[in-house]
Design a protein around this ligand. Sequence first.
Ligand code: ADE
Ligand code: ZN
Ligand code: ZN
Length: 287
Amino acid sequence: MSPTPTQRPTPPSCRVWLRRRCLVLSMVVLSLALTMVTTRSAWAWGRMGHRVAGQLAESRLTPVARRSVQELLEPGETLADASLWADEQKREIPESAPWHYVNVPITETGYNPRFCPDTGCVVSKIPEFQRTLADTTAGRAERARALRFLTHFVQDLHQPVHVGDNRDRGGNDLQLQYFGKGTNLHRIWDFEMLERGELKLSTLYGQVSALVTPERSEQWSSGSAIEWANESFVLAQKAYRAPGDGRLLRAGDKLGQAYEDTFLVVARERIARSGVRLAWLLNGTLK
Ligand code: ADE
Ligand code: ZN
Ligand code: ZN
């Protein structure tokens, strides 16, 4: 009697092939996972910057706002976790990709609504998602989505080269060296400066929260998305120039200590401002 197909033993060569395929498959899975962990988005503060801003904001919520945030987010999800969500949605929600920035040419004098496409930009999306979050007749899922987008976009708006642009996608196309390593202006601001050296999240949190004094937080707790965009814009105009002689950066320029001495504290302060302002917005919206 010949065995039925399901009973037929796998020939040895086939077993080897199966094992090999299994090995190849696990290598593919492993390298994909590694890529996901190590690849950085070209469109946002690094994950650490977002997390620190989210954690700082959460620490400043009123009890009422804190309760609403907890009710909207998933169990155990913190505002630091929620800060990363929008960057993970660029593939699932492709129309959201341009909402992370607005390209204002650094030759202009400031933000103007004509720089914001009809499909939305970081400046227009902040009040829009704030309205949805405030609308208690809207569904929980819709308000949770608005909270996650709002959180992330307040943070991105404070990144200077998410506003200022020199026809190079906010510096993404301006290749530079930073402390001897090839990178671009946008990445220097997203994370290279903030995370240089094996920086721990708790260290960055300490550096950022040390900048928040009662006087500053009172001063920072004001304004609108347009005003915050203009702050970022003025900083971007400076970020595009070499410290010292002030000439415009050119592809291939080598940046290092002088750039860090001028701008690292600025980058940390932008994270601090975004945390304070997000808390201020949420405390006013979730009453
Ligand atoms: N893509 C195009 N312009 C950009 C900017 N200013 N910031 C981030 N990503 C962009
Ligand atoms: Zn982003
Ligand atoms: Zn970015």
